[in-house]
Ligand binder design. Structure first.
Ligand code: GDP
Ligand code: CA
Length: 321
């Protein structure tokens, strides 16, 4: 069975680990690249790397990003030189990845091909596909004593720890970006499409902002089933709450489902998983035409992730009838 997953970093990687462990699936992950940034001249792709390191056994699981057994000595020396952007910590091992990627991009390779080359080392067991080979960056419109301005998503999240109120998220470059042929094929040829429990605004929202991806999802013959990143109205980790507030979406499992929309009403979803704590919204989802189920959504270990993947595929099976 071919399964294509839309994914961000942390929630995406954990979910993909559970799915990958099933023997009967061939997984393609369409990964957000709008968190990418160029820092010290290096192209850094946080979500691609979280997925690649996570599935390849190289991720620092505690920190949730970057390499295991990491040190930050190069970053310390960059700071000693007074370089800007050292708030974005690049680990010494991690820098090797960014050096390889940046050199290959500089030589003219597509990000898709660079990602495949990096994956030859990590053998993640899934095909990792950047959502686009074109540069797209999420910028956050903020307002504080310095006035109203747009800053890179990473500056808002990592430097300011999402403490400056955000009023808008803009995917700069998305209008002119194209999905890759690999992404379009993975969506068109999938037997099942899953939307990982990733940030609905800056991860999945950024993927959907690439013209053509939403259309590919609404026209695929495969059932599309999503997993709520919110449990009892709270994000498990990260900044989904602040992001949803900024775009005016209720911070709840049902709110996110309605935001993606039911396929019946020109939205995306045929199915949606909520946590048992949110089971009271199941009738509401059924009314929208979404096949919904309440199952444990917290992925604390690979077993949890595997059971969640099983539940998502079971809902997809029910949709297919
Ligand atoms: P990021 O790019 O690293 O921010 O990661 P993602 O966008 O892929 O995932 C962030 C989202 O994952 C957050 O909204 C979390 O609520 C969600 N998340 C993290 N861990 C879990 C989990 O164990 N279960 C569920 N359902 N969601 C999770
Ligand atoms: Ca991310």
């Amino acid at each position: 069975m071919r399964v294509t997953v839309l994914a961000g970093g942390h929630g995406g990687a954990k979910f993909l680990m559970g799915l990958r462990d099933r023997p009967d699936v061939e997984v393609s992950a369409v990964v957000n690249t709008a968190d990418d940034l160029v820092v010290h001249g290096l192209t850094v792709c946080p979500d691609l790397d979280t997925v690649m390191y996570g599935l390849g056994g190289g991720l620092d699981g505690e920190r949730g990003w970057g390499r295991i057994d990491e040190s930050f000595r190069a970053n310390e020396d960059l700071a000693a030189y007074g370089m800007p952007h050292t708030w974005f910590g690049l680990g010494d091992r991690d820098i090797a990845t960014h050096l390889v990627r940046s050199q290959m991009l500089g030589a003219g390779y597509r990000l898709t091909d660079v990602t495949a080359a990096l994956a030859e080392r990590w053998r993640p067991g899934v095909t990792i596909l950047p959502m686009s080979d074109d540069r797209v960056e999420t910028h956050v419109v903020v307002a504080d004593e310095e006035g109203r301005r747009a800053i890179h998503f990473q500056e808002w999240w990592v430097r300011h720890r999402a403490q400056i109120p955000a009023t808008e998220f803009v995917q700069v470059g998305a209008d002119a970006a194209r999905p890759t042929p690999e992404v379009l094929a993975a969506l068109a040829e999938a037997d099942v499409v899953l939307v990982a429990p990733s940030n609905p605004v800056v991860s999945v929202g950024a993927i959907l902002a690439v013209p053509g991806i939403r259309e590919a999802l609404t026209t695929t013959a495969a059932p599309v089933v999503g997993i709520s990143p919110l449990i009892a109205g709270r994000a498990v980790r990260g900044m989904a709450e602040q992001c949803l507030a900024a775009v005016g979406v209720p911070c709840s499992a049902a709110g996110v489902a309605a935001h993606y929309g039911a396929r019946r009403s020109e939205g995306l979803l045929d199915g949606w998983l909520v946590a048992p704590e949110d089971a009271s919204v199941l009738p509401e989802l059924t009314d929208l035409g979404i096949e919904a189920a309440a199952v444990p959504l917290l992925m604390s270990d690979p077993g949890d992730a595997r059971r969640l993947a099983d539940s998502a595929l079971a809902v997809a099976q029910r949709v297919r009838g």
